[in-house]
Design a protein around this ligand. Structure first.
Ligand SMILES: NC(=O)c1ccc[n+]([C@@H]2O[C@H](COP(=O)([O-])OP(=O)(O)OC[C@H]3O[C@@H](n4cnc5c(N)ncnc54)[C@H](O)[C@@H]3O)[C@@H](O)[C@H]2O)c1
Ligand SMILES: [Zn+2]
Length: 366
């Protein structure tokens, strides 16, 4: 059976990542390898817990971790809230989870962002581990140390850097993931290829059918290649002072689209559209050709991602919202564009008119 291990290392901080089909049944062994935490709190959403929590708890208990408990939250981004954070603190308090305890996230990016933030702040930081169960979290959210909750003023506004010590990925979990969520995760995979590895873009095209069919070996390889890219970017710039910003390719306009449609689109769906608009900006700057843009559009479409803007969204309104993006520095928006596929560049000096036109250039859904 295929198994791969990756390591993210920044100073003394290490995240060990293991990707293995069936890994959930061995979670107890992975946790015990962290000098056996006396108390473990597994945090999951109700959907994921219903599917996988019994197996995870059985493995933990089987490895002698008898004080392993489950805490669940409602599924959805609404759970990245102060109220749910407080409920986790309540559970940690009742279990007397101390500095040597462990929080284990079992779920998608919502669960890991919230659980990671609870781990970063409880007793000024306790150990944290994550088992991503969505493609989005397996290819992106599970490494890199960003944890956050939302605030009425905006998404991910309250957060901390706190790396998972272990990331255990069981690609078999993707079998129960709705197709729409698989597609959303594939948008981030295409993003990683576009910003770092043109050969990986070819790979997506060559393995398109196996990816669409969810072939377990191909999905394990896809996850591994994504995480290698993300780890190398994060290792070069953990706190996003420079290069890490390339991971935001397609995200400035993508976030504005998410906000504009009141989160009716999945994050990855909005990012697919945001990437196409950012590619259009790149084309305007003479950095990529119309044929390259068409190639990416075709790939995204073949993964059932939207390539046309929903009819009720207005380019002007989306463009206005990009001004509220976190990547604004000193009033000047910085844009990640591609100078050839696989070669990102961070630029400023792109006018509002160009942004409006790039968004306006997206096809319209009927
Ligand atoms: N920290 C980071 O670096 C980072 C990176 C990317 C995204 N994120 C965050 O991640 C969140 C989005 O994550 P997501 O797309 O994983 O969403 P999610 O965690 O909400 O999961 C999507 C849905 O899938 C369900 N689900 C999860 N795993 C399943 C499985 N194996 N089978 C069946 N159903 C399953 C969940 O219950 C949920 O309803 C956003 O809040 C985003 O801000 C964080
Ligand atoms: Zn994203």
């Amino acid at each position: 059976m295929r198994m791969s291990e990756l390591l993210l290392q920044i100073d003394q901080k290490k995240s060990r990542v293991v990707i293995q089909n069936g890994a959930l049944d061995h979670i107890g062994a992975w946790v015990s390898s962290l000098d056996a935490p006396p108390v473990v709190l597994v945090c999951s959403d109700e959907t994921v817990a219903g599917l996988y929590a019994d197996r995870v708890l059985a493995s933990l208990h089987g490895a002698g971790l008898v004080a392993a408990h489950l805490h669940t939250l409602p599924p959805g981004d609404g759970s990245k809230s102060l109220a749910e954070l407080e409920r986790i603190y309540g559970a940690l308090g009742s279990l007397h989870l101390a500095r040597d305890g462990l929080l284990l996230a079992l779920g998608g990016g919502v669960v890991s962002d919230l659980t990671g933030f609870a781990a970063a702040t409880w007793m000024r930081g306790v150990r944290y581990m994550t088992c991503p169960t969505t493609l989005e979290s397996a290819v992106d959210a599970c490494v890199g140390g960003k944890t956050a909750i939302n605030h009425p003023a905006g998404k991910n506004l309250i957060g901390a850097f706190h790396h998972a010590e272990r990331v255990v990925i069981d690609p078999d979990c993707l079998r129960t993931l709705p197709a729409r969520d698989v597609s959303a995760g594939l948008a981030e995979s295409v993003k990683h290829a576009l910003i770092a590895d043109p050969g990986f873009l070819d790979w997506h095209e060559a393995h398109r059918d196996d990816i669409r069919a969810g072939d377990p070996d191909v999905m394990a390889e896809l996850i591994e290649r994504n995480l290698r890219i993300k780890i190398s970017v994060v290792e070069s710039d953990e706190r996003e002072h420079g290069k890490r910003a390339i991971l935001n390719f397609g995200h400035t306009i993508g976030h504005a689209i998410e906000q504009c449609c009141a989160y009716a689109l999945r994050h990855g769906e909005a990012i697919a559209l945001g990437m196409l608009a950012a590619l259009r900006l790149s084309q305007d700057e003479g950095m990529i050709s119309a044929a390259e843009l068409a190639r990416v559009r075709e790939l995204l479409e073949s993964f059932d991602l939207p390539v046309a803007l929903p009819a009720n969204l207005h380019a002007d309104a989306i463009a206005d919202l990009t001004r509220g993006d976190k990547k604004v520095r000193g009033g000047e928006r910085r844009w990640v564009v591609l100078d050839g596929l696989g070669h990102p560049r961070i630029v400023d000096g792109i006018s509002d008119d160009q942004v409006r036109a790039a968004i306006g250039s997206l096809a319209r859904a009927d």
